[in-house]
Design a protein around this ligand. Structure first.
Ligand code: ATP
Length: 267
């Protein structure tokens, strides 16, 4: 990674203890302006916990989390919200709101309570609904949306928030293949600094510049996607044989996990 480019978020030797459990151990990584960092790893690797540290929801037991070179917990919540939008896994929606009302909540960090809604706000709302394919559902109650539509509504809210940094935990959960690609393509085009937990390694390889591979709270590799996502490393970390399949029309090979075969050294 180019050290001359400004780091937006940095973790320096961060460890996290939750109850009796060491969830993260000596994790160091950073994300620089305009890049997309994918956090990948098996279940329980510590991906969501790391994201929660990055937006200051929980505090590191050891080490430092820096946002623009300042300790994250020294920021006021409102200040952070203006600079950082967060889409968590299965956030709890307020079901009696309509899609449009919920998406408009993205404006809250930028307004005082008596500020009126402007034509610019409505324009932003319109754009966010359009980009996430929710125009036709704008007046529907959240309770009436499918899991995927709800997920897109949370992403629309993050777009309206208009922050320079976007943190997402499994944003493609509940989305069909078309929307998985559409949403990731969309957020890439926004030229934001992005940190995104993903289970799907092919999506991570396609849409992330850098990858942090975690396993049991420890960094297994961190760096450019093509250097981190090697079949040998993925086979070891996921305990499932893996190979990369090249395709003429794809910029990156397809990551393929296959069943353990007798005598291939994986059983
Ligand atoms: N509040 C808590 N107290 C104790 N242990 C916790 C707590 N929250 C999470 N953990 C544990 O920390 C570990 C990491 O959890 P985390 O949710 O960060 O993993 P993950 O990589 O996001 O997992 P998944 O892929 O399953 O979503 C898990 O073993 C989990 O059980």
């Amino acid at each position: 990674m180019d050290p001359t480019v400004a780091a937006v978020l940095q973790l320096h030797n961060v460890s996290l203890q939750l109850g009796q459990r060491t969830v993260l151990e000596q994790v160091s990584c950073s994300v620089t302006t305009g890049r997309t960092l994918g956090i990948v790893g098996p279940n329980g690797a510590g991906k969501s916990s790391l994201l929660r540290l990055l937006y200051g929801e929980i505090q590191a037991s050891q080490g430092q989390v820096l946002f623009h070179n300042k300790v994250i917990n020294t920021y006021r919540r409102a200040e952070l919200a203006r600079q950082m939008a967060v889409v968590m896994q299965s956030p709890v929606p307020v079901f009696n709101l309509t899609t449009e009302q919920m998406v408009m909540l993205g404006l809250v960090p930028h307004k005082r309570w008596f500020d009126p809604t402007t034509s610019q706000d409505h324009h932003q709302l319109q754009l966010a609904l359009e980009k996430t394919g929710l125009l036709a559902l704008r007046s529907k109650k959240l309770a009436e949306l499918s899991g995927g539509e709800l997920q897109r509504a949370f992403i629309a809210r993050a777009l309206v928030q208009n922050a320079k940094v976007l943190l997402l935990d499994e944003p493609t959960n509940h989305l069909d293949v078309h929307y998985q690609h559409q949403i990731l393509q969309l957020i890439r085009q926004l030229n934001l600094t992005i940190v995104c937990c993903l289970h799907d390694l092919n999506l991570a390889a396609s849409y992330c510049d850098d990858i942090l591979l975690l396993d049991q709270g420890r960094v297994q590799a961190f760096g450019p996607a093509e250097q981190v996502l090697t079949p040998k490393r993925l086979t070891r970390v996921f305990q499932q044989p893996c190979l990369l399949l090249a395709h003429d029309e794809l910029a990156r090979p397809v990551i393929h996990f296959y069943p353990k075969l007798r005598g291939d050294g994986h059983d």
